[in-house]
Write a protein that binds this ligand. Sequence first.
Ligand code: AMP
Length: 283
Amino acid sequence: MILIKEAKRLEDHLSAVRQKGQTIGFVPTMGALHQGHLSLISQCKTASGYTVSSIFVNPTQFNDPGDFEKYPVTIEQDILLLERSGCDVLFLPDIKEIYPNQPNKPVSFDLGYLDAILEGYYRPGHFQGVCQVVSRLLGIIQPDMLFMGQKDYQQCMVVKKLIEITHSKTDLVVCNTSRELSGLAMSSRNMRLSSIEKEKALAIYHTLQWLKTNIKAGPVKKLIEAGKEQISKAGFEKIDYIAIARADNLQLIAEWDGQTPIIALVAAFLNGVRLIDNLVLKK
Ligand code: AMP
């Protein structure tokens, strides 16, 4: 695996790869890698001739500076894992490579409704920061395919919209959520949980499954309230949201017709660690 830190060097390197006719797949990450990230690399390798990954903890997408400071960094281990996974290039830029001018310059991507609900509502500015870094990375790498995880369902929809509004030629591939054997969604933030807390954290997945089993046509309010109670009882100190939404556009629903594909999404805090997960309730 080649490690490249400068944007210009990566651009030159990839233009040579492109000239050889190889398709380029890209997996952006913030590091602290786990099997979820590696499953993206593996799907990228299967689908494309050349696999690029990046590690950059993007400050502009953290609405909470404390969360940014506490974000786990395990760079040596990450490099080893990527090397073993068969990744071809790791892009490891510093902030000046990503934001050569002004990192704090306000950006405005028109994400419409997606920026106002759920993660957009509870983390103001988060998706603007995501779009800022993803558009910069796509500009440098110009991948044929971009691999992202369903674990961040709303982020996938935001990036799909970004690709549309910027007329990018990159295809987005959404990969399934990797889970621990217990069902807990893998996340870099899980590193901040003790083993007892990881057991408590399972309440999110269990509640999502419970919603899937119990959803039926009609109003969804009572079901959501019961779900909130399950998560609170498990020891979560704060729930940002439990929501049921149309799977195709994330429009929140109050009543289900029994037919429309829907997804349940959760964000909640356990001992100061904010966890998110989602589950398709009806395909
Ligand atoms: P992050 O490093 O958390 O920004 O994640 C980088 C990419 O990995 C994003 O596309 C995430 O959606 C994806 N990802 C994170 N956790 C998982 C998981 N458990 N399963 C699949 N993809 C994941």
